[in-house]
Design a protein around this ligand. Structure first.
Ligand code: FAD
Ligand code: NAP
Length: 312
């Protein structure tokens, strides 16, 4: 029986792991299906984590987090969790892909979110063959070539700036004429000579052949279609909450959820089910920042320690 199971190894899961193990829990496992670090490892740079003045890429930034947790005894199991169930005796069953089940006294869910699809024709067909959601991973393939970026949030604009350092030109396509990114980033994008803004525009179709993407057809402001011949398009149109593991066999969620699929929690990151905590991007009103996810993880771990201490 585990004292604590942490599901997800992003900033929330790793911070929860650090606080739980350093706080005295002995048998703590962080189930992370990939390498620990979370979605910030997709980012080309992070510059807003307090105390870290140096601008770093996401992978370099997260590597020490993992090392620090392991020093205090956190175990990482690289497994994909399929479902969390609450048993009649108050413990939790963690169903692992492949059928194995692990038992835990308490659970912290930190599964974060994943990129949304934009919904244009050809997006799925050319995904991984020209359509990408990760500039750090795929940007280099387009060195000195023209690419397109879709979206008007912080991610789209930051990644457009990153791509402008590698590519010959970046066409930034956004459906409105105002961006929702932070003003400082908007200013940087507008000043960048390699970035061309295409606003009030939508992608009609991505086209190509079996070798990959050859271009995108865009409906622009006056209603005409612009053919942008680019071998790569990066889509950054927001994130979906990863809440699937909380779904029960009857289709209902294990705990109370918000309308958008985020987990309802109180200030202790406690869900509506005793012993089940949620932290980071998947909880209600999450500001979707590394610092906030990390803070949530620490709070959830301290709450879990107190919950376990008070059992029986
Ligand atoms: P995540 O980081 O999403 O981690 C969740 C983890 O859970 C993942 O590693 C995933 O593999 C794992 N997981 C999910 N489901 C399962 C399962 N069923 N079984 C096992 N493991 C599972 N924030 C900032 O503060 N500053 C920035 O500059 C910044 N830049 C960003 C740039 C990009 C491109 C992106 C995408 C995000 C950026 N963010 C930034 C936001 C920040 O990355 C997130 O707010 C933060 O990572 C959320 O942490 P989390 O731990 O809640 O979730
Ligand atoms: P986001 O803020 O939700 O922005 C998504 C963008 O995509 C919006 O501009 C939206 O347009 C557009 N969009 C949505 N659906 C679309 C569709 N189907 N077709 C075309 N365009 C579409 O997402 P994000 O930029 O990934 O950011 C997610 C969160 O992480 C935010 O809270 C953000 O602040 C945070 N984040 C922070 C940093 C940082 O602090 N440096 C960096 C990255 C992300 P509209 O504007 O018209 O809605």
């Amino acid at each position: 029986m585990l004292d604590l199971a942490i599901i997800g190894g992003g900033p929330a899961g790793l911070s929860a792991g650090l606080y739980a193990t350093r706080g005295g829990l002995k048998n703590v496992v962080m189930f992370e299906k990939g390498m620990p670090g979370g979605q910030i490892t997709l980012s080309s740079e992070i510059e807003n984590y307090p105390g870290v003045a140096q601008v770093m890429d996401g992978i370099s930034f997260m590597t020490p987090w993992n090392e620090q947790c392991m020093r205090f005894g956190l175990k990482h199991e690289m497994l994909n969790i399929k479902q969390i169930l609450k048993n009649d005796d108050g413990n939790f069953s963690i169903k692992i892909e492949g059928g194995e089940i692990k038992l835990a006294k308490a659970v912290i869910v930190c599964t974060g979110s994943y990129p949304k699809k934009a919904g244009f024709k050809g997006e799925d067909e050319f995904f991984g063959k020209g359509v990408s959601t990760c500039a750090t991973c795929d940007g280099f393939f387009y060195k000195n070539k023209e690419v397109a970026v879709l979206g008007g949030g912080d991610t789209a604009l930051e990644e457009a700036l990153y791509l402008a350092n590698i590519c010959s030109k970046v066409h930034l396509i956004h459906r409105r004429d105002e961006f929702r990114a932070a003003p400082l980033i908007i200013e940087k994008v507008k000043k960048n000579e390699k970035i061309e803004l295409i606003t009030c525009a939508s992608i009609e179709e991505a086209y190509g052949d079996k070798t990959g993407l050859m271009g995108v057809k865009i409906k622009v402001k006056d209603g005409s279609i612009k053919d942008l011949k680019v071998p790569g398009i990066f889509t950054f149109v927001g994130l979906n909450v990863r809440n699937e593991i909380l779904k029960q066999d009857d289709g209902k969620f294990l705990c109370q959820m918000e309308e958008g699929g985020q987990v309802s929690v109180d200030l202790k990151m406690q869900t509506s089910v005793k012993g089940l905590f949620a932290a980071g991007d998947l909880r209600k009103d999450a500001p979707k920042q590394v610092i906030c996810a990390a803070g949530d993880g620490a709070v959830a771990a301290l709450s879990a320690i107190s919950y376990i201490e008070n059992l029986h």
